[in-house]
Design a protein around this ligand. Structure first.
Ligand code: 4AD
Ligand code: MG
Length: 483
């Protein structure tokens, strides 16, 4: 039988195959034996549920059964029969078992017991074989698929923007350099600076922090586009919300103003959460229980009010709150939290940058809903955001989620050439380097807007995982690039 003729566990559970002879392949989660029979719980990753295989020692040799230990990979042919025990409706009566790959029980690091997430991070090459990580990565897939489905169904085009660039779109100076120069023998100019003319691209380059600037160019031709790719930031932030390599979804739309942008973002976020609720019910049920157990270890007054699934439904069913930065500062400044000096960074005056403690106060304590914060001071935002008539603020929007803080950052873009170049001068961004970006303001400019969704933060929100390192297969953070 060819390998690809195997039946997935998901298929057996969804279709009635009783009486049929089939072949299963997967990894052993547990084995229980007595002298009359062995029960093997097999998992092939297609679904969270393990499938029970019954092996009679008169049919399967003792030598083979011994090798069916936790972690081993098996090919099992047998007949699907109605299950005797409770739980599953059917099980597989094994006729033959082939050991595809043994797993020495003395050495296999994953035992059938609860391992800490910290320990599992150290064996990230194996952790997808646990229920938790299987669930997380199936949900992650569903969310990625939902992103493409949402935009495709709306007539947006998927643009692949470059990963190597010469620009720093966000202007935060947190880029990783890309070079083929010999770091031990750097070529120098006459002034003693590194001579990037000698480098591969004959200029200084870095990994992209955002596909937005190129996305804007595409929107000026195709009207509505989105990017979905990896982005890189050398932020030295060791938090549960930051990665050095993360995936971002960036739609960019011609003929949208700030309000259209907010409407799209809210609709999009609700759509992908609803998609997960409808398509990942079993995994979310498991993750909900897992999150509940974790909540129960916290002091009663710090526990979340809603369970995971109820929280997701709540977000889908309720309008997001929309308010301006100025209104938010008033709320924060007058809050008891601020007066009692419970914030690490006290809010004293208009213009202060919001820290995640402030964002979370607004969302978790004050409104208890997702919040779209708009019209931030221009001095704490990127150069490309459209300047408001007050001369002080820009048409920015950040979307804040409970338990996460900022999940989306976006804005209407400055389409007026004179305003844009004036802002670039103020922020010391050389026009010569962004001549191509400025050309869209010279030729056929139009109001347009867009935003960026941090994909891992969304996966965190939907799976209830507390640490961003646990929602990407192989996380990149300061000091970590194993696997
Ligand atoms: O707010 P940011 O920096 O916005 C941009 O990059 C814009 N160019 C987006 C746009 O308008 N097209 O980043 C967008 C989102 C954040 O809201 C956050 O969810 C996520 O990206 N993000 C990170 N996620 C994980 N690790 C990091 N280090 C992140 N930095 C930003
Ligand atoms: Mg931001």
């Amino acid at each position: 039988m060819a390998f690809n003729k195997r039946v997935k566990i998901k298929t057996i559970l969804e279709q009635n195959l009783i009486g049929q002879e089939i072949t299963l392949m997967g990894w052993v989660r547990t084995k229980r034996s007595n002298k009359n029979v062995s029960f093997i719980a097999l998992n092939d990753g297609s679904i969270i549920t393990n499938y029970q295989v019954v092996a009679d020692p008169n049919v399967i040799s003792e030598e083979v059964l011994k090798k069916c230990s936790t972690g081993a990979c098996l090919k099992i042919t047998g007949t699907v029969v109605a299950s005797q025990g409770s739980g599953q409706s059917s099980e597989l009566n094994a006729k033959s078992i082939e050991i595809l790959g043994e797993a020495d029980p003395e050495k296999y690091p994953l035992q059938p017991k609860k391992h800490s997430l910290e320990f599992l991070r150290e064996i990230a090459h194996l952790r997808m074989r646990t229920n938790t990580f299987g669930a997380v990565f199936r949900v992650r897939h569903a969310l990625a698929f939902a992103v493409h489905k949402y935009f495709n169904d709306k007539g947006f085009f998927y643009i692949h923007t470059p990963i190597i660039t010469a620009s720093d779109a966000e202007g935060a100076g947190e880029t990783f350099k890309v070079t083929t120069l010999d770091l031990n023998k750097l070529p120098r100019t006459e002034e003693g600076k590194i001579d990037f003319k000698e480098d591969f691209f004959e200029r200084e380059t870095n990994l992209t922090v955002s596909g937005q600037l190129e996305g804007e160019l595409a929107a000026m031709a195709l009207s509505e586009i989105y990017t979905f790719g990896p982005t890189f930031r050398a932020e030295n932030s060791n938090t549960t919300r930051h990665l050095a390599e993360f995936w971002m979804i960036e739609p960019e739309m011609a003929f949208y103003d700030a309000e259209d942008n907010q409407d799209l973002a809210e609709d999009f976020l609700k759509y992908i959460i609803r998609y997960a609720l409808e398509n990942c019910a079993e995994d979310l049920k498991f993750l909900d229980q897992r999150a509940q157990e974790e909540e129960n270890t916290k002091p009663a007054d710090q526990r979340a009010e809603l369970g995971l699934i109820d929280k997701l439904k709540f977000v889908v069913e309720n309008d997001f709150v929309r308010l301006t930065y100025t209104e938010a500062i008033d709320i924060l400044r007058n809050s008891n939290h601020n007066k009692k000096k419970k914030f690490q960074y006290l809010i004293e005056s208009w213009g202060a940058d919001l820290q995640s403690e402030h964002e979370r106060y607004l969302v978790e304590k004050h409104f208890k809903k997702p919040v779209i914060l708009t019209d931030y001071p221009k001095d704490i935002k990127a150069f490309y955001m459209r300047q408001n008539e007050d001369g002080k603020t820009v048409a920015a929007m950040d979307i804040l989620f409970p338990g996460i803080g900022e999940i989306v950052g976006g804005s209407q873009r400055e389409e007026r050439l004179d305003r844009l170049t004036q802002r670039m001068q103020e922020m010391h961004i050389p026009e010569a380097e962004l001549w191509w970006y400025l050309d869209t303001r010279r030729f056929g400019a139009t109001p347009h807007a867009g935003f960026g969704l941090g994909f891992e933060r969304m996966v965190q929100f939907v799976t209830g995982m507390g640490n961003i390192r646990d929602v990407i297969a192989f996380p990149r953070t300061p000091g970590n690039a194993e696997f």
